[in-house]
Design a protein around this ligand. Structure first.
Ligand code: NI
Length: 236
């Protein structure tokens, strides 16, 4: 064979290999996306706090949209202005928007009036953008006490898995730790603040979809478990 013929054969082989891998990718993606639609399998609630941050939140929403799954975003009221479209997109994708207070205040250190204001001012901001307030509240730092629990007329949402994503900057390690700790009814705490979290989520979602997890919002989890969850503190 001439050198020319050899080169042509090599090129043909490469093209065939690329085509085969493309078809394989398309197949596995289709089955992943189909898997995400099922109503069976263990439930998992991914939650993202402290945003929105334009690039990170948008990248997370892109990943959720790609696999047809949803999550809950605990948004700060003070961050809504200028990001109205981001909140609307969250809802369009079936995600839930939760209340994470106006200023990320430790509610246990506030007067009753201040505590209520942190929650209600944020809900007013959500109403301005979405036409309704949030049904759930995540107290900043997970801090609450019986006074706060009695004051806030919404379920307080904690978590069952703290990913520590604001410290862990290695997306692969973060993804592995989330997937290892995932189990039925779990509430995963993350933040839509660091790009490493957005990178990790592009691994986390397909891995959990492949394991048969069903992605639910916090309100869906509460309903399915009748409020019985270590991460949910219902109002009195
Ligand atoms: Ni927070």
């Amino acid at each position: 064979m001439s050198e020319h013929t050899l080169k042509a054969a090599a090129v043909t082989l490469c093209v065939l290999a690329a085509a085969a891998s493309f078809i394989q990718d398309a197949r596995s993606r289709t089955s992943l996306e189909a898997g995400a639609q099922t109503n069976e399998g263990p439930m998992i609630a991914l939650t993202f706090d402290d945003g929105p941050y334009p690039e990170v939140t948008a990248a997370i929403l892109d990943a959720l949209e790609q696999y047809g799954v949803k999550a809950t975003f605990f948004v700060l009221g003070s961050r809504v202005k200028g990001q109205e479209d981001m909140l609307k997109r969250m809802e369009e994708l079936g995600c839930e928007i939760g209340n994470h207070t106006w200023s990320h205040a430790d509610l246990t250190g506030l007067s009753a009036a201040q505590c209520i204001s942190e929650i209600e001012k944020t809900n007013e901001e959500f109403k301005r953008v979405l036409g309704h307030g949030a049904a759930v509240v995540r107290p900043p730092f997970g801090h609450y006490n019986s006074t706060v629990r009695n004051l806030v007329p919404y379920p307080l949402i904690l978590w069952t898995v703290d990913t520590g994503d604001w410290q862990k900057q290695n997306p692969r390690q973060l993804a592995r730790s989330v997937v290892e700790q995932a189990k039925e009814g779990c509430v995963i705490l993350m933040h839509d603040q660091q790009t490493s979290t957005a990178e990790a989520i592009t691994d986390i979602i397909p891995l959990l979809v492949r394991e048969g997890f069903r992605f639910v919002t916090i309100s869906e989890l509460i309903e399915a478990h009748d409020g019985q969850s270590a991460a949910v503190k219902l109002p009195p």
